[in-house]
Design a protein. Structure first.
Length: 587
């Protein structure tokens, strides 16, 4: 792919906008199939039961909104990065400043924080499996361990060497092959990762005597909690204690968290993937395929394994955990996320264990390659080409792109080595980025939105994050993120109303290229726009029903509720086909 990637920036970062829907959709889901995800879901389920997964199940509203309202708009915009759309949509010095700030903010801060927690997860995965002393010999190993800088250490020298070797491979093929090379490796990596996740879940269930016996054992081990533990739904009415999501938290997830994400309109690496599509329809179909795979395919293998870990590694039996090696005990506390790799080691035969470990390496690589390519696209397109050297040749820009991939990688390694907690990184990431959620949606549907909409939202989120997390260190993180998102959204709307809108010339150019729907002050036919808006609203409902019915039909089959599972499967099929037809005929 190196020769094809070297033709120019569009080839390097967007594969010449030539990819079919299933390539880009699979690549997006491969990226989100990170090494940290099965560990995080294992910990989430072990601590809060199945219903705790509404934390990320609620994101279906985000992905469906992107699929219906924004995927085709991104493709029509013809931008190379999502921050390039800023100067297409806004004007003036504020737009220029916002573009260069977001290029650094997303490529360095957000991107490297995400990479940091992925590195942290790999640290946990490699711990039970690879010891470099056997490869290097005791003397060489001791010398290397003594000479290695402490600031660049992932807990110990074994994990550090493993992660750096794997990451070096990612950097080489990502820098040479560009986005097409990244996506082609993603296709293979996703197939390997999802296949092995399913096989692991089957082995886990067989290890505890089948699905029936798994539920019996959970009932016997946790008689007072098992019903809540296995519930798909949050608490109804007054919250009972233990292993079920509180109603208020569920409402926050469904009413705030999905639009409070920084990528509420598809911004970030998803916009880059969408822009590789051949057509706007391919962009929508790819986004829909990603959404279905994200929730229906990925959910249940991980949750089933999480339930098995609660049987094999009892929640309230530290002595039993010590008998099994003690690797789940961290500083006297039980690290439930370690249940996933430890169960692999405990139950899988040689060969399958190697493939399962390799699949997690593939999951790590499919996330890492995307983020370093995506991060480099900002540095090249939105900093170097836009502000530093607009006259740069295509050959020069390709070299800058490859150097940027390596530079982003080095920064990510340094940040990741300083990160102490995946959970804390998630909280920090959600909080500081929540101010962009409502602003990103408004710019596509309301003529009044301007650069200050985004600037004020980001600034408010940053100030509130720094103050609230320091003032209330023990507060529920979900409540803090909700407060930050809502407050930032209100401030962004108020600032929008007291600052001038973009000039008519800028708005007309944006409208002509993107053909948005919504509220555009006479610049588009209002009746036609509202008709399209209503049609997309119907598509949104259909896509949401399609996604959740697919996911919960599989869940009910696994709970042996055959009637409910068949009914939901029928609902999935009834809504899927008209949805695809509407996408094909959407303008």
């Amino acid at each position: 792919m190196t020769r094809r990637a070297g033709k120019g920036l569009d080839a390097y970062f967007l594969a010449d906008r030539s990819l079919p829907w299933w390539w880009l959709g699979t690549s997006i889901v491969a990226t989100t199939f990170a090494a940290d995800t099965p560990l995080a879901i294992t910990g989430l389920t072990a601590k809060g039961g199945i219903s705790a997964n509404w934390f990320w199940w609620s994101w279906a509203l985000t992905w469906v909104t992107i699929t219906v309202f924004f995927a085709s708009k991104w493709r029509k915009s013809q931008v190379l990065t999502d921050v390039e759309v800023i100067e297409l949509r806004y004007d003036g010095a504020a737009a220029k400043g916002l573009r260069i700030f977001k290029a650094f903010f997303l490529s360095i801060i957000i991107n490297c924080v995400i990479m940091g927690w992925v590195f942290k997860a790999m640290n946990k995965i490699t711990t039970p499996f690879i010891q470099w002393k056997g490869f290097l010999g005791e003397a060489s190993y001791a010398q290397l361990a003594n000479a290695w800088p402490s600031f660049l250490m992932f807990e110990n020298i074994d994990n550090t060497l493993t992660i750096l070797v794997i990451f070096a491979v990612v950097v080489i093929y990502s820098s040479l092959g560009g986005i097409r090379g990244v996506i082609i490796t993603d296709l293979f990596q996703f197939f390997l990762a999802i296949t092995m996740a399913i096989i692991f879940a089957v082995y886990a269930v067989q290890y505890v005597g089948g699905l029936d016996n798994m539920y019996v054992e959970l009932e016997e081990m946790y008689p007072n909690e098992s019903q809540n533990m296995l519930s798909f739904l949050p608490a109804i009415g007054e919250n009972p204690s233990g292993f079920i999501l509180p109603s208020l938290t569920f409402l926050l997830y469904m009413c705030v968290f999905w639009w409070g994400r920084h990528d509420s309109d598809g911004s970030g690496f998803m916009a880059q993937r969408i822009n590789t599509a051949k057509t706007p329809a391919d962009a929508q179909k790819g986004s829909l395929w990603f959404t279905l795979a994200f929730f229906a395919l990925r959910t249940w293998p991980w949750i089933i394994v999480a339930l098995v870990t609660m049987i094999v590694f009892p929640l309230d039996d530290p002595a039993r955990l010590h008998e099994l090696g003690g690797e789940m005990m961290q500083g006297g506390e039980i690290d439930r996320e370690m249940g996933y790799p430890l169960l692999m080691k405990h139950i899988l035969p040689a060969g399958l264990l190697g493939l399962m470990f390799t699949s997690l390496l593939a999951a790590f690589m499919s996330t890492a390659d995307t983020h370093i390519n995506w991060g480099a696209s900002y540095i090249v397109n939105d900093v170097y080409k836009r502000f530093l050297k607009p006259e740069a040749t295509a050959k020069e820009l390709i070299w800058v792109s490859r150097i940027s991939v390596v530079a982003i990688s080095l920064v990510a390694i340094i940040i990741a080595s300083q990160m102490t907690s995946i959970a804390e990184a998630w909280k920090f990431f959600l909080a500081i980025s929540s101010g962009l959620g409502i602003a990103h949606i408004l710019r596509w549907i309301w003529w009044r939105a301007n650069a200050w909409t985004e600037i004020s939202g980001m600034a408010t989120a940053l100030i509130l994050s720094l103050s609230l997390y320091s003032m209330y260190p023990d507060a529920n993180g979900d409540y803090l993120v909700a407060v930050i998102a809502i407050t930032s959204g209100i401030v962004a709307i108020i600032v929008t109303l007291i600052t001038p809108a973009s000039k008519d010339e800028t708005l007309n150019t944006f409208i002509a290229r993107v053909k948005p729907v919504g509220f555009w002050r006479g610049k588009v036919d209002y009746a036609d726009s509202m008709q399209k808006f209503k049609r997309q609203g119907l598509m949104w409902v259909l896509a949401l029903v399609t996604t959740y019915s697919a996911m919960f039909s599989i869940g009910h089959f696994l709970k042996l509720n055959w009637g409910t599972g068949i009914a939901l499967l029928g609902l999935f099929l009834v809504t899927l086909f008209p949805l695809i037809k509407m996408i094909d005929t959407d303008e």
